[in-house]
Design a protein around this ligand. Structure first.
Ligand code: ADP
Length: 495
């Protein structure tokens, strides 16, 4: 009988299920969007019950579409939107409040209060004191939803990020775990000792009895309850979306690096088995725990990447399809001296300036739409280069190859610009579905579907690669222009 791996990809806007064969080909998939809840300016919530329903709905649909049943699935892997926080009753399974989503800024004042402890937070968790991470969101629920603190202290409530919630539900409330790559995004987890940290939980007044057991990213957590998918399927893989993408891109060795060009941009560098602290505005994070060993990563995030292309499409009405950005930008030789800084929602790593807003420089009477489009694409490459430079500075090592995925990585001009601006080779694999593939690979390794990492490397087929055509002098000159534009953008908001 043919056996496959089922990957559950629980994202910010939709739940997806993809069934893969051993070579990493998609056999079947299904996707359902769910409600985005914005109760107030800057607040973002999801209904945890809807997340569960859409995720299981797509799992059932994906099986049905391919005429498969549970016997055909060797294992299930999960990858998920990270940091999103759920608290539920351990007896009834009812969430006590909506899931607070990673984007939600309601806990800015909690993060502010943690600033004096930022050195401790950095040393233990690799993170910054920021409302992005789960800890302050969990504290908010405990402090603001009536009766919740008391129930939590009585041991009646459980906390989890999305993977924890899904595994708990799929095992009928039997298994309460969080994999290291998700646990390390809570600001409550010590990435050196691999334990929840008493001091950090104390700072946010979090009862430790509600925390899940930390586990590796590839292990047998439990089986799905019979009625869910027709029979028991082992759940054996779990990783946060960005770490799963790093795994899916086969970035298994120290020095391997991937960039995901989606709505935002996430760059992760495998730093091997020791955490590398950042002095350049990056986060230190756990990539995965596998076979008794932990792999760490440096992570840099940029808020606006493909979103800048959407802006050209939807607000400036320059084209109808993001793909056309490439054709338009190719019509001009260069950006004609134009620089765009797409700081629409402030600047992320390595600048961390929340109040900056976007800017455009160098416009002349001859500036055309094509120049602006080209300048926007270049800005995406400049932002990525800033992250690569920060990684080089933090590790003291060169980066020669960058693996790419995400929607905007299909833009060949952008990829050539990246090679030229960063002086690195760019590798794009045939499948840019690296996130769900990563979860499938982690799950497959735990059940012997894949025997070793070599089996996965053998699966990866290069679709296209790009090499730099510039000199170091040219690269320096271009980056100098970009930094002038960024500095002027920041200055404008400080004047
Ligand atoms: P996400 O997972 O964050 O929703 P995707 O990986 O699906 O994002 O990528 C979609 C983003 O990529 C959109 O913001 C879109 O504007 C951009 N995009 C898609 N195709 C192209 C392209 N050919 N050139 C430039 N940007 C693109």
């Amino acid at each position: 009988m043919n056996k496959y791996i089922m990957s559950l990809d629980q994202g910010t806007t939709s739940s997806r299920t993809i069934i893969y064969d051993k070579s990493g080909n998609i056999i079947s998939s299904a996707q359902k969007e769910f409600t985005q809840i914005f109760p107030k300016e800057g607040w973002v919530e999801h209904d945890a019950t809807e997340i569960w329903a859409t995720q299981m709905g797509t799992a059932q649909e994906a099986l049905l579409n391919a005429g498969l049943d549970y016997h055909n699935i060797a294992a299930i892997g999960i990858t998920n939107q990270r940091e999103t926080t759920i608290v539920w009753d351990k007896n009834t399974g009812e969430p006590v409040y909506n899931a607070i989503v990673w984007q939600c800024r309601r806990t800015a004042d909690y993060a502010e209060k943690l600033k004096p402890y930022e050195d401790t937070i950095k040393r233990k968790t690799g993170l910054l004191a920021d409302p992005y991470f789960s800890g302050t969101k969990l504290a908010w629920i405990l402090d603001n939803v009536e009766g919740v603190r008391e129930r939590a202290e009585n041991g009646e409530l459980l906390f989890g990020t999305i993977e924890t919630w899904l595994i708990w539900k799929m095992t009928g409330g039997e298994v309460h775990v969080s994999d290291y790559s998700n646990a390390c995004r809570t600001m409550l987890f010590d990435i050196n000792t691999l334990q929840w940290d008493e001091e950090l939980c104390g700072l946010l007044n979090i009862p430790m009895c509600m925390l899940p057991a930390p586990v590796e990213c590839s292990a047998h957590y439990g089986d799905t309850v019979h009625e869910l998918l027709g029979g028991p399927i082992p759940i054996t893989g779990s990783a946060g979306d960005q770490q799963a993408a790093l795994f899916g891109e086969a970035c298994f060795r120290g020095g391997d690096v991937k960039s995901t060009y989606g709505t935002g941009n996430f760059l992760l560098l495998n730093t091997g088995h020791k955490p590398v602290p950042s002095k350049n505005g990056l986060l230190t994070t756990i990539a995965w725990g596998l076979n008794g060993e932990v792999t760490y990563a440096l992570e840099g995030s940029v808020f606006v990447c493909g979103a800048a292309v959407q802006w050209l499409r939807d607000e400036l009405l320059f084209f109808r399809d993001a793909k056309e950005s490439e054709q338009l930008a190719t019509k001009v030789q260069d950006s004609g001296g134009v620089y765009v800084v797409p700081a629409f929602v402030g600047l992320g790593a390595p600048y961390w300036n929340p109040s900056a807003r976007g800017a455009m420089f160098g416009i002349t009477r001859g500036t055309k739409r094509e120049h602006v489009v080209r300048a926007v694409l270049e800005s995406l490459a400049y932002q990525n280069e800033d992250l690569l430079s920060a990684m080089k500075a933090d590790t003291g090592k060169d980066i020669n190859t960058l693996k790419v995925d995400g929607g905007a990585a299909l833009n060949n001009l952008l990829m050539q610009m990246q090679a030229d601006i960063s002086g690195v080779d760019i590798v794009r694999y045939e499948s840019i579905e690296s996130t769900s593939l990563g979860a499938a690979y982690l799950a497959g390794l735990a059940v012997g579907y894949y025997e070793s990492l070599d089996d996965i490397v053998a699966n990866k087929k290069i679709a296209k690669s790009f090499s730099p055509t510039t000199t170091e002098e040219e690269r320096k000159q271009k980056m100098a222009g970009w930094h002038k534009a960024v500095n002027a953008t920041i200055a404008f908001h400080e004047l």
